[in-house]
Design a protein around this ligand. Structure first.
Ligand code: G1P
Ligand code: ZN
Length: 559
């Protein structure tokens, strides 16, 4: 009978979960007891509920996932957890973890991912705790976890417990007279079964394979060597009748084959090129852990995530899940362009503006007030789970395209004609030095809150913008009244245009500055976003003095 060992340890600094869990370089996690401390703190944050509980464990297949799954098994066994549901070989996409937590009503789950950050021994790893609703732990829980990491003195482990995770099955152990079991589950089956309930697979299959009315709709689905590979294989190749030429990079690799698994125009350039040069009607890419998506149409026509959200919001009636449950409200994160707000207005539904991070949508969904939400950062999802869901977004788009018979580009043109267009761009300045970025944010906040700033005029490129409101965004959750302060600097002008600036909370080193620009045009809808937004970008750079503080004259990524 394997025995429990209590290991003395010392706290590590900086184990504070960010926008989405604890993310650091692999080498940081490899330090003695670093990972163990954090896992013990997650379990302790659940207090007595951990005893006899069931947890879901899985990750995106990156370097270190399997080793950390093994640690979680050994530490859970020692802490009185009754059962773990572990994805085979440690593989579970982030939305699949959320789905499984909800389906089997577990206490929560531990997701091993650094999402869209590169993987491999020299890159990133991450650990995230999700609660019983399937969603990322809210601030008060992550604060508890962090507080525990700062005071931890020991952790409990069963070092001799050996459990295979490569074979599906139930493995049972006796630890201190308690039963402890690990069920290694198929990584994709629960999730795929759920997608088949949500969507009309035969309709999407007809779209992809073609019919008398319509020639085959040629898709290209790119998993970027991340966790969605096996899900794409099952859904697209086995269920929807697609062929090998419709899928790419569908084997999860520990280092994502050197790719930066973030589905945007910069890092998913291979998909963009393939769709541009090939005879494709639709392209979709997903990030490392499968929660992000990018959608493009024929000739690589790009759909901004803010527009994607709005178009889906306007067509949810084509999806069986919403036919059954109806559509409650919509929501978006604050920096996301306000296109969906106009759809909400038309349909008379509630719309919520929350801080950056999916965890802020959870309460609204649990309260039955939110059906569809999204972020400009390539996140789209619904209340079917409590994470954003890349594959779900692609299937939602295909459902809508099947029902309307339109091309992706037609869908957008029709949408803009009806609602007007929110031009949007985001500039990312990655891995800058932290101190000057913090100074820049402080200085900008000071400028923005100085007397006379509201009402001041800023001119550039023949346009003049008058400030209507300037603040550091704060949010009170309408369900539990919790308050999140300092969620990003925003300057809103009289014409509704916005400049938003915030520092990333997901990076593993240095600082990443995100500059978001959003401007609405009621009728001038066919312009180029970068050209249309240039004057506002210049105003933002002037006001923030970003080039001076960061030493950068161009962003790393433009979306
Ligand atoms: C980024 C995105 C944010 C998203 C998060 C997790 O966070 O901006 O919308 O929820 O990744 O995918 P950030 O690095 O900006 O804190
Ligand atoms: Zn992700």
């Amino acid at each position: 009978m394997p025995g429990v060992v209590v290991v003395n340890t010392n706290p590590y600094e900086g184990q504070k979960p960010g926008t989405s869990g604890l993310r650091k370089k692999v080498k940081v996690f490899l330090q003695e007891n670093y990972t163990e401390n954090f896992i013990q703190s997650i379990l302790d944050a659940n207090k007595d509920a951990i005893k006899g509980s069931t947890l879901v464990v899985g990750g995106d297949g990156r370097y270190l996932v399997k080793e950390v799954v093994d640690k979680i098994i050994k530490i859970s066994a020692a802490n009185g957890v009754a059962k773990l549901l572990v994805g085979q070989n440690g593989i579970l996409s982030t939305p699949a973890v959320s789905c499984i937590i909800r389906k089997y009503k577990t206490l929560g789950g531990i997701v091993l991912t650094a999402s869209h950050n590169p993987g491999g021994i020299n890159n990133d790893f991450g650990i995230k705790f999700n609660c019983s609703n399937g969603g990322p732990a809210p601030d008060h829980t992550t604060n508890d976890i962090y507080a525990l990491t700062t005071a931890i003195k020991e952790y409990r482990i069963v070092p001799d417990l050996v459990c295979p995770i490569d074979k599906i099955g139930v493995y049972t152990f006796t630890v201190e007279d308690r039963q402890f079991s690990v069920e290694v589950i198929d990584s994709v089956s629960d999730y795929v079964a759920y997608m088949k309930e949500i969507f009309d697979f035969p309709k999407i299959k007809t779209l992809i394979q073609g019919s008398e009315q319509r020639k085959p709709f040629n898709v290209l689905i790119d998993s970027m060597n991340g966790v969605t590979g096996p899900y794409v294989k099952k859904i697209f190749l086995e269920e929807l009748g697609a062929s090998q030429k419709n899928v790419t990079r569908i084997t999860p690799l520990e280092d994502f084959g050197g790719a930066h698994p973030d589905p945007n125009l910069t890092y998913a350039a291979d998909l963009v090129t393939a769709v541009k040069n090939g005879d494709y009607d639709f392209g979709a890419a997903f990030d490392g852990d499968g929660d992000r998506n990018m959608i493009i149409g024929r000739d690589a026509f790009f759909v901004t995530p803010s527009d994607s959200l709005a178009v889906l919001a306007n067509h949810l009636e084509h999806i069986p899940y919403f036919q059954r449950s109806g559509v409650r409200g919509y929501a978006r994160s604050m920096p996301t362009a306000a296109a969906v707000d106009r759809v909400a207005q038309k349909s008379g539904k509630e719309i919520f503006e929350v801080p950056t991070g999916w965890k802020y949508f959870g309460n609204l969904m649990d309260a039955g007030r939110l059906s569809l939400c999204g972020e400009e950062s390539f996140g789209t999802g619904s209340d079917h789970v409590r994470e954003k869901d890349g594959l779900w977004a692609a299937l939602a788009w295909l459902s809508v395209l099947a029902a309307t018979g339109d091309s992706v580009e037609d869908m957008l043109n029709k949408h803009w004609k009806e609602f007007g267009r929110n031009y949007f761009t985001r500039y990312d300045y990655e891995e800058c030095a932290s101190d000057p970025c913090n100074e820049m944010m402080q200085a900008l906040e000071k400028t923005m809150t100085a007397p006379g700033f509201v009402g001041s005029a800023h001119a550039s490129g023949g346009k003049t913008y008058v400030v209507k409101l300037a603040d550091n965004f704060s949010y009170m959750d309408p369900i539990d009244q919790s308050v999140a302060m300092k969620q990003g600097l925003r300057i809103i002008f009289e014409d509704g245009s916005r400049i938003v600036m915030r520092l990333s909370g997901t990076g593993s080193s240095g600082a990443t500055v995100r500059l978001y620009i959003d401007s609405y045009e009621a009728t001038d809808v066919s312009g180029d976003a970068q050209v249309m937004l240039k004057p506002l970008i210049d105003v933002a750079l002037q006001l923030s003095q970003l080039p001076k503080y960061t030493g950068r004259d161009a962003p790393t990524v433009i979306t």
